[in-house]
Each structure stands twice: as structure tokens, then as C-alpha cells.
Design a protein. Structure first.
Length: 292
């Protein structure tokens, strides 16, 4: 892992939260606190050793309260990010509101959001001492502040997949949403306007790898898998048009379809490319270069 990070400088490792504890249903019992604390510390140390660039804050990460998580963040080599989790007493964000990095000459901005809707009980102890600012308003502020300073803007979202989709519809300027909480595998991630929406399954069972080729800043993205599929269809229709047994009506319809495919492919010229791979994390894969 270390060798890969040292030789491939353009890798960014990120996580969208819910790292440290099991799914919250009730406060952790007194007799389990020590084991839960040790496990959380082990996870944080592991992420530091793996060279993670940033992690977002999830609702379950607050299972032992804000003071515990703030203390853990101070010990961690990995920045803890949250743009909308605020200390109720001071009105200041508890964690780094954003992170700016230069990766292989590329200016990358990363920020994080937590949804207040995930705390269904008004007396949820995880919220004690916290104010969670409205995510959409906070995202608008972050985009306004960071967009001119970055070539690529990434949101570590702990809003849930439906809210990720809604945010991408109403707010432009975010290039990639790395989503959490819902825990679904998006092998074929949706492209909403110009925002790529990612998510992988929970419990550390999978690793997601997003590969980007940036050809032109601000020109939007296309999925290389979609382009390959369109190119295959175009070639198939070209072959059909050369068929000696096809009728004139068939060829007229195929030519219209071919023209439409050509127009669609032409729209990809100059745009940025992406592909996404989700890999199972198991013992057989531990030396796999893609996992590195």
C-alpha cells in the first residue's frame, strides 16, 4: 500500500463516514465503552497508515458524543471534515470545514456534509451540544467559496443517496459526490447534470475506484462505459447498412439511428472522462494493485 501511494501521486483516498461504531440504536453500554473506544482508535490508526486524505463525519461516528470524536480527530493524521456540524456553544465548526490539496498539479477541494434528518429522535444523545446547519445552504456557501480555487470539487456526503441526487439536481459546481450512509453499490454511477454521484456498500466490504481523465476544466464529464457502448452500437449499425439483404425502409431507419448516435458521440468531444470500479475487499484481494 505504501509503495503504491509513493509511486502513484495522483491517488486520493476518501471516506464519507460511519467508520468507527456499529449502527446506532441506543447509547453504548458502560461495560462496552472500553472495547468500543479501542476499536475506534484502531480504525483511525488504520486509516492513517493507509494514507487516507480525508474522512467525512457520519451520524454513527458521534455515538460517543462530540467531545470523544473531537479528541479522536486531534489524534488522527487523517483530517476529519464537516462543513455543517457546529459547536452549539461557540457557533464554530467542530472539524475542518474543507480541505484544499494539490494532486499532480491539480487543485482539489474537498468538503463534507451531514444530514440532520438522520437523527430521528429529538433527544438523540449524538446531537448533544451540536447544531447541524442546513446541508443545501452550506453546500451553496462551500461551492461559492471553493469553486474559483479548485480544478475539481468533491463532496463527502453523509446525506443518503436520495438527498445526494436531489442536491446534484439543484446545485451546480460540485464535480463528484462521494456518498455514504445508504450503503448501496453504484457500479454504474449516475451523472446528474455535471456531477458524478458515487457510493459503495457499507461495512468495509468493497472499495470504489473512480478514474478521471481531465481534458478540459469546466467542460463536464462522460462515462467511458457509455461512450464505448454507443461506439459499439454505431459500428453495428454501420455493418447493418452494408447488408445486401436489408430493405430500403430498414436502411433509412438505421441511417437515422446512426446519425443520432454520431451526434451524441460528438457531444463528448473535449469533455472529461470517468470510469468507476467497485472491488470486493477480501483476503484474496489484499495484494491486488487496484486495492492499493
Amino acid at each position: 500500500m505504501r509503495d503504491v501511494r509513493e509511486s502513484v501521486k495522483e491517488v486520493i483516498l476518501l471516506d464519507a463516514g460511519d467508520l468507527l461504531f456499529k449502527k446506532f440504536s441506543a447509547p453504548i453500554p458502560e461495560n462496552e465503552l472500553r472495547a468500543a473506544t479501542q476499536k475506534a482508535e484502531l480504525i483511525i490508526n488504520s486509516f492513517s497508515l493507509m494514507g487516507y486524505d480525508a474522512v467525512g463525519i457520519g451520524d454513527d461516528d458521534l455515538s460517543l458524543g462530540k467531545d470523544f470524536l473531537v479528541e479522536m480527530s486531534k489524534k488522527s493524521k487523517v483530517p476529519f471534515l464537516s462543513s455543517n456540524v457546529v459547536n452549539e456553544e461557540t457557533g464554530k465548526t467542530l472539524f475542518h470545514p474543507f480541505l484544499l490539496k494539490e494532486v499532480n498539479g491539480l487543485r482539489v477541494g474537498i468538503f463534507s456534509l451531514l444530514s440532520p434528518d438522520l437523527f430521528l429522535n429529538p433527544s438523540d444523545p449524538r446531537k448533544k451540544g451540536l447544531v447541524i446547519r442546513p446541508p443545501v445552504e452550506t453546500a451553496q456557501t462551500m461551492v461559492k467559496e471553493l469553486k474559483s480555487k479548485t480544478d475539481l470539487l468533491i463532496l463527502l456526503s453523509h446525506l443518503g443517496y436520495p438527498k445526494d441526487m436531489e442536491l446534484a439536481q439543484v446545485l451546480s459546481g460540485i464535480d463528484v459526490i462521494v456518498g455514504g450512509h445508504t450503503g448501496i453499490n453504484l457500479s454504474y454511477p449516475p451523472l446528474i447534470k455535471d456531477t458524478i454521484v458515487l457510493q459503495t456498500a457499507s461495512k468495509g466490504m468493497y472499495g470504489g475506484s473512480l478514474d478521471l481523465i481531465l481534458n478540459n476544466h469546466g467542460s463536464g464529464f462522460y462515462n467511458v462505459v457509455t461512450k464505448r457502448s454507443l461506439e459499439n452500437n454505431r459500428n453495428n449499425f454501420k455493418d447493418r447498412l452494408n447488408s445486401p439483404v436489408a430493405s430500403k425502409a430498414e436502411k433509412t431507419q438505421w441511417r437515422k439511428t446512426l446519425d443520432e448516435l454520431e451526434r451524441t458521440l460528438a457531444q463528448y468531444q473535449g469533455k472529461n472522462e470517468f470510469s468507476n470500479t467497485i472491488l470486493p475487499l477480501n483476503e484474496q484481494m489484499k495484494e491486488h494493485p487496484d486495492i492499493g
